[in-house]
Design a protein around this ligand. Structure first.
Ligand code: MN
Ligand code: MN
Length: 470
């Protein structure tokens, strides 16, 4: 082989090239990556809402001997595994470390919610011979992506008697699905002149429910009555029950491999259930960490981490205070000391460089699909507004950790400076005194009904979270 010129040799030593993660993997690693993705697809199929994600994980935690902190008693010891659920929508799972809590804990925080359509509180109506279902979208969706696809309904309804009824319609092969019919191009002259934000109005995202009228012609809204009769007959519900309900409309169907080489996974909800799955598998793989390891699964990220199940709530503090109390640490300043000495990875997805829309990204500061887990120093928009800008010292520490652990990683910014931006739970973790950096895989088609992830990035995210916990 020809020898490098002096310049080439210097370049090799000094410059930084992020390699493709597949290039760095052994055949063994590639097999593990593919097998990991099979489990991941199952998880995506089972966990289409925040409640379902929490339920799936709690079942697994209990099977693995994690103890519910709500019923735990004094005397927690290193190696003890625990979990705690907040209102069926938020979950904390962890393993107690050998070092005291005051040395700080290590948190990987992701979110279990995803953009979707929610049922309005009074959703059912009749128009033009159809019974329909009104929705109010949740999170940052592009509204035009939701008509013309099969949709499923996942929800809970609380009756007047306080009974909680779960319903899922549209997932089994024998189930019906729902859809929002799109306007035909033949009659879309006016619509096509509108901006993409206005082309499909929020108030037109109404699902088809039924068309067969009730037999009694004396009734004014006969198709609506068909629906009400069905809900009463099948679930014992009356219309007023839908006021105390959470009905989420999500794409029907299952996760699929994408591409001839099957290197990618395509499906709804990967922001942020790809990080949920990777960090969940990482916490399951941890046995005796030095520092207490905590996987934190929050809700409501897509609408600003608000509410008592969002990352702005004080639930994480409550859990750490509880851990302190159960470990006989009761000084008043202990909780703040633990938080201030703690470190976190805000496990969330970012945008991958899109070959069809290259112009929105700065190539050399953009994340690439398949180049490994992405460290994002700051998110925010237009001048880093609302960002947690991770400190250089902490970025250095995490970079060193990943290099030592053989994690394929890259650095990424969410698009060009003036193009837009986004947020994660990073700022809310950091507000509590916790060192925080964003760290998760990049996706294509983020927030769409069919997001695309690289299996290599999924596996590298798992490796990254595991290395961080250890
Ligand atoms: Mn996210
Ligand atoms: Mn998001």
């Amino acid at each position: 082989m020809a020898q490098d010129t002096i310049g080439k040799e210097i370049e090799k030593r000094l410059s930084w090239q992020v390699k493709n993660a597949w290039d760095k993997m052994s055949e063994e690693d590639k097999k593990k990556t593919m097998a990991f993705a099979e489990e991941y697809k199952q998880f995506l199929n089972q966990a289409k809402t925040e409640r379902e994600a929490v339920n799936v994980m709690v079942a697994e935690l209990e099977a693995r001997g994690f103890k519910d902190l709500k019923t735990a008693s004094q005397g927690l010891k290193p190696g003890d595994k625990f979990y705690i659920v907040n209102r069926d929508k938020m979950l904390v799972a962890g393993v107690l470390g050998s070092e005291p809590l005051t040395a700080g804990v290590r948190i990987v925080g992701s979110h279990v919610d995803a953009p979707r359509l929610d049922g309005k509180p009074n959703p059912i109506y009749e128009s033009c011979g159809f019974a329909l279902f009104k929705t109010h979208y949740y999170g940052g969706i592009k509204k035009y992506q939701w008509p013309g696809i099969p949709l499923a309904l996942h929800g809970v309804v609380v009756t007047d008697k306080g009974e909680k009824i779960n319903l899922t319609i549209g997932e089994k092969p024998e189930d019906p699905v729902f859809t929002i019919p799109d306007l035909l191009p033949h009659l879309a002259k006016d619509q096509m002149k509108k901006t993409m934000a206005e082309g499909v109005a929020g108030e037109s995202l109404n699902l088809l429910l039924a068309t067969i009228p009730h037999a009694d012609e004396e009734v004014k809204e006969r198709v609506k009555l068909t629906v009400l009769e069905y809900l009463a007959g099948t679930y014992g519900l009356v219309e007023e029950d839908l006021v105390s309900a959470e009905i989420e409309i999500v794409p029907a169907g299952e996760a699929r491999d994408v591409g001839l080489d099957r290197s990618m996974v395509g499906f709804y909800g990967q922001d942020d259930r790809i990080c949920v799955f990777a960090s969940f598998k990482a916490i399951l793989a941890i046995d005796k960490p030095q520092k207490t390891a905590i996987a934190f699964f929050s809700d409501k990220e897509e609408i600003g981490s608000t509410g008592n199940t969002g990352a702005q709530s004080r639930f994480l503090e409550y859990v750490i205070a509880k851990l302190c109390a159960l470990s006989n640490l009761e000084r008043i300043d202990t909780l703040l000391e633990v938080l201030n000495n703690s470190e976190a990875l805000s496990a969330d997805t970012t945008a991958a460089l899109d070959p069809n829309y290259e112009e929105v990204s700065d190539r050399q500061n953009s994340a690439w699909l398949g180049k490994g887990v992405v460290l994002t120093k700051y998110t925010g928009a237009r001048g880093k507004y609302d960002a947690n800008d991770a400190h250089a010292e902490y970025v250095g520490k995490i970079r060193r950790l990943f290099n030592q652990a053989g994690v394929a990683w890259q650095i990424g910014e969410l698009g060009k400076v003036d193009q837009g931006g986004g947020g994660t739970i990073a700022q809310y973790l950091a507000n509590q005194g916790i060192e925080t950096i964003d760290c998760g895989p990049a996706l294509l088609g983020l927030h769409s009904p069919f997001e695309v992830a690289s299996k290599a990035d999924l596996y590298m995210s798992y490796k990254a979270y595991k290395a961080f916990f250890q």
